[in-house]
Design a protein around this ligand. Structure first.
Ligand code: MN
Ligand code: MN
Length: 295
């Protein structure tokens, strides 16, 4: 029987996008120093992506402590990182729709207070990638992730998952849960997936927090609105940051676009537990998972 294969024809482009995203991720980790402003780190990361020939696939997420995901700084955010903050740096880059998605967690100030949280997701993403097999079950990856996190005395976050990736589609339809027993899906050789365990010392579930400064057009704006059409032409239906809109237009544009935009809340841990995350973009190769998001 001939096995179904799913390699993108421009695999080199996917490798390049993932290499750039990984470089941007590492830059973010280095910049996460006490006193640094999250907005300046975000701008440096996104500039790195653009300077290397890719585009951000979504605004860099710089979620902190009990924030698990979906926070990006707003345009005049002056908040500074403090010693001991647990910062997630989650970067997306794409080249002509070849999307990479990668994340890591750093303790600001380089202490070891949260080392077990960071070690847990490093163990978990490595164990998850090792469990990838072409035609193998997704559940094997979920099981490996959950076991690695629980072995550190922590909980996997059950309502955030990894995902398959397709051209211009960050979440392409196949979920990779961080706990077993949730999926019957299998991997296809040649498929690109994001494996992204989250660990917490809280309850292991997330709730919607405040607006995280990320929006997305859910439908095209009216044809006679020149300003909104300019934004729609630039971002289409991909997520974008409110700070990416020119200051002179931001208030009026976002107010007028309200009916056409989906706005994302920050995902926060329900009991206020600290959350760590690691994420790699992975190719399902003939012999198993290959991490693409390496520098
Ligand atoms: Mn992801
Ligand atoms: Mn991500």
């Amino acid at each position: 029987m001939r096995r179904l294969k799913n390699y993108p024809p421009d695999l080199d482009r996917w490798r390049e996008a993932a290499r750039i995203a990984a470089g941007a991720r590492e830059l973010g980790l280095r910049l996460a120093l006490p006193g640094a402003r999250r907005r300046e780190i975000a701008e440096a990361i996104e500039a790195f992506v653009r300077d290397h020939g890719a585009e951000p696939a979504f605004p860099v997420n710089l979620s902190r402590n009990e924030e698990a995901a979906h926070y990006t700084p707003h345009a005049d955010d002056t908040a500074e990182l403090v010693d001991g903050d647990l910062l997630k740096v989650d970067v997306g880059a794409h080249i002509e729709g070849a999307v990479a998605d990668t994340a890591d967690t750093v303790e600001v100030g380089g202490g070891r207070r949260h080392a077990h949280l960071i070690d847990a997701v490093h163990d978990a993403v490595a164990a998850g990638v090792r469990a990838v097999r072409p035609d193998g079950s997704v559940d094997a990856v979920s099981r490996a992730i959950a076991e690695a996190i629980r072995a550190r005395g922590l909980k996997p976050v059950t309502d955030l998952t990894g995902h398959s990736i397709e051209r211009y589609l960050l979440h392409a339809g196949k979920s990779i849960p961080n706990v077993p027993g949730m999926t019957d899906a299998s991997f296809l050789e040649g498929e690109i997936v994001a494996i992204e365990p989250f660990a917490t010392n809280g309850e292991g579930r997330i709730a919607n927090g405040p607006f995280g400064n990320i929006v997305r057009f859910r439908r095209p704006p009216p044809a006679d609105d020149e300003l909104l059409n300019r934004l729609f032409t630039r971002f289409r239906t991909l997520p974008f940051a409110t700070r990416w809109v020119a200051a002179s237009e931001r208030t009026v544009a976002l107010e007028r676009a309200r009916r056409y935009l989906q706005s994302y809340p920050v995902f926060v841990e329900r009991r206020g537990g600290l959350v760590s995350q690691a994420e790699h973009t992975v190719l399902v190769g003939a012999n198993g998972g290959e991490i693409l998001s390496v520098t």
